[in-house]
Design a binder for this molecule. Structure first.
Ligand SMILES: NC(=O)c1ccc[n+]([C@@H]2O[C@H](COP(=O)([O-])OP(=O)(O)OC[C@H]3O[C@@H](n4cnc5c(N)ncnc54)[C@H](O)[C@@H]3O)[C@@H](O)[C@H]2O)c1
Length: 416
């Protein structure tokens, strides 16, 4: 089968969206310009499983321009945009994805993507890699390696590595500085609020926001909440992160205590059941619940369903859960990562950095090939640096260079 999408006629709308973001992704444009000449992916099949929206499409088209045969699918049921899928197909990328598939359809789309027998996999959350280590182990034999986009996917890869079961090398793109410092922190910080504000049409200023998890995403979400005028409470399990949150000026307390105080709750942990029955029992009438972590497991949907007598979609992407005592809790985007399920995802300039890392890291895996053992590898520091340099160059910003004397001083143990 060539492709499986909702409606090929949607491609003109998708093409416009891709053109808009591409015009704001100068780093990837510079990489594309170079790769169009050198065609490092000529004859290479690349399977892409990332939120299938405009910025991802730009990555897919860059890889294609670099010679790859690209096949793409979505990494989350609610983040696929059907017009983008159509535009990609019109540009010669094979796509197996549509918005809001059933769990069976979602899995089938992943399976069809892998049945094209890719040489490289670019995964976001670890679903492709999981299939390659279970149902489709035969396909894994032809996989040279790949890259992983997000924290949760890397946790899953590390678990495979620990058990000695990882079948091919994977580069942890998420752990590059040019990724988490900007994508996880500022990207999530901005896009989560953009999504919550447009989905609810409610004010943030003056509200109490509870952020669960003070990792890179939680830091960005907390920072931007404060900028919007909210009082921010942080809940953590890591004492170091908790100290950091206090020193950054936020209130820190256990989530059960915060449950009674919050107007808006946002989970950014990568963990499960962070907000559950005992929290819902404490919450105020009208509390908003949103998740920004990769999977829809951070807010217990099972507990919400059990505690409620009725559910209703009261506005697009807002489900009201009516509790027995009359309180209402509002869940945004079905508890899936709110910035993509109920918004446009990270800003284009942010994904420019992440996807530039992806393109360069994929080339690195291909070039190093079998030399790389089947482990989780860091992004080489030269690639991180190259992306930063390209970003500065696109802004026209120059920075200082060390003098030879300074270099010698920094490399010496003797001091003055
Ligand atoms: N929405 C997006 O666009 C987006 C972007 C990047 C990452 N992510 C996802 O967001 C999640 C977090 O990513 P990150 O990079 O911030 O990870 P991180 O590891 O930097 O931070 C996670 C934090 O959550 C804390 N935590 C874990 N379990 C907890 C619990 N039960 N209660 C309170 N705190 C807990 C950890 O101590 C840690 O500080 C991951 O699932 C990641 O894949 C989403």
């Amino acid at each position: 089968m060539q492709s499986l999408i909702r409606d090929p006629n949607l491609s003109p709308a998708g093409e416009k969206k891709i053109a808009w973001v591409a015009a704001h992704m100068p780093v990837l444009a510079a990489i594309r310009q170079e790769m169009e000449k050198t065609r490092p992916f000529a004859g290479v099949r690349v399977a892409l499983c990332i939120h299938l929206e405009a910025k991802t499409a730009n990555l897919a088209l860059t890889l294609k321009a670099a010679g790859a045969e690209v096949v793409a699918t979505g990494s989350n049921p609610l983040s696929t945009r059907d017009d983008i899928a159509a535009a990609l197909v019109a540009s010669g990328v094979r796509v197996f994805a549509w918005y809001n598939p059933t769990p069976e359809e979602y899995r089938e789309h992943l399976r069809l993507t892998l049945e094209t027998r890719p040489h490289l996999v670019i995964d976001d959350g670890g679903d492709l890699v999981h299939l390659l280590h279970t149902e489709l182990r035969g396909v894994a034999e032809g996989v040279i390696g790949g890259c992983e986009e997000t924290t949760t996917g890397i946790l899953r890869l590390k678990a495979l590595e620990r058990e000695g079961k990882l079948l091919f090398p994977m580069v942890a793109v998420n752990n590059a500085q040019m990724k988490y410092l900007f994508d996880n922190r500022y990207g999530t910080g901005e896009s989560v609020w953009a999504a919550i504000m447009r989905t609810t049409n409610l004010v943030v200023a003056g509200k109490t926001v509870v952020v669960c998890g003070y990792g890179w995403c939680g830091k960005g979400v907390s920072l931007r909440a404060r900028g919007l005028g909210a009082r921010v409470i942080v809940c953590e399990v890591d004492p170091i992160k908790a100290v950091e949150a206090v020193m950054d000026g936020f209130e820190v307390m256990p989530s059960l205590e915060a449950a009674a105080k919050g107007d808006i709750f946002i989970t950014t942990t990568g963990c499960r059941d962070v907000l559950r029955a005992e929290h819902f029992r404490q919450m105020k009438d009208g509390a908003l619940l949103a998740n920004a972590g990769h999977f829809n497991v951070e807010i217990s949907l099972k507990d919400l369903a059990q505690l409620s007598v009725r559910q209703e979609e009261v506005r697009e992407n807002i489900t009201a859960y009516y509790l027995e005592d009359g309180r209402r809790l509002y869940l945004l985007g079905q508890g899936r990562l709110v910035n993509l399920a109920a918004g446009d995802g990270h800003p284009a300039e942010i994904m420019d950095l992440s996807f530039s890392l992806q393109a360069l890291a994929a080339r690195y895996v291909l070039e190093r090939g079998k030399e790389l053992p089947p482990r989780v590898h860091p992004v080489p520091p030269e690639i991180d640096r190259q992306v930063a340099e390209l970003r500065l160059a696109a802004w026209g910003i120059e920075i200082d260079r060390l003098t030879p004397e300074q270099e010698a001083y920094l490399a010496s143990w003797e001091g003055e």
